[in-house]
Design a protein around this ligand. Structure first.
Ligand SMILES: CC(C)(COP(=O)(O)OP(=O)(O)OC[C@H]1O[C@@H](n2cnc3c(N)ncnc32)[C@H](O)[C@@H]1OP(=O)(O)O)[C@@H](O)C(=O)NCCC(=O)NCCS
Length: 159
């Protein structure tokens, strides 16, 4: 796991789009939004980690109003289910803790096997009444509710 470098950035959208295929296969949507570019992600406050060279996995943590929020985690399906997602997540938790954060939040689908059930196994808990940044992310993602319930989750760091 390493911080994304400038040469990685043009490749990240393709990795995320390949990972999104898992959702497209499950939900069969009429359309699915194109992912943000690596360049856009790198310009946001926070950090952008990748796995592999060239990258096959990405994690993007936004740091805003003092909170650390996992905005995106994606692993190319050709490299899935080998622990890369878990390693990226652990690296994000370690980096957020090193930055003085007490928790890492995320939003995800409640019933998709590689979403909330996966994060529950990795030490995250559902936030029953989200507030602040977490509530704002859920609000922005309301359109995704047509596919499955969305939940906010948190993992306390420094355990
Ligand atoms: C979530 C994701 C990053 C996990 O990456 P990964 O490298 O496969 O993760 P790991 O190898 O650490 O763990 C895999 C676990 O996720 C779950 N999982 C992954 N793909 C799955 C699938 N197609 N069906 C069911 N469970 C799946 C399983 O629990 C699996 O463990 P197992 O292989 O022992 O059964 C990856 O599946 C992905 O990019 N998904 C699409 C994008 C996404 O959902 N991102 C998170 C949005 S909040």
């Amino acid at each position: 796991m390493r911080p994304a470098e400038p040469s990685d950035l043009p490749l990240l959208g393709g990795v995320e789009a390949a990972a999104d295929q898992l959702f497209i296969d499950r939900f069969q949507p009429e359309t699915w939004d194109q992912p943000a570019t690596g360049e856009w992600r790198a310009a946001q406050p926070g950090f952008l980690l990748v796995a592999g060279r060239p990258p096959v996995g990405i994690a993007n943590v936004l740091v805003e109003v003092g909170s650390a929020h996992l905005e995106m985690l994606a692993v190319h399906p050709d490299h899935g289910r080998r622990g890369i997602g878990t390693a990226l997540l652990e690296a994000c938790c370690a980096a957020a803790a090193a930055g003085g954060h007490e928790e890492l939040t995320l939003t995800t689908f409640a019933n998709v096997p590689w979403n909330a059930p996966y994060y529950l196994r990795l030490g995250f808990a559902v936030v029953e009444e989200p507030t602040g940044v977490l509530a704002r992310h859920l609000e922005h993602e309301q359109l995704l509710e047509r596919y499955d319930a969305r939940v906010g989750m948190v993992r306390r760091l420094g355990r």
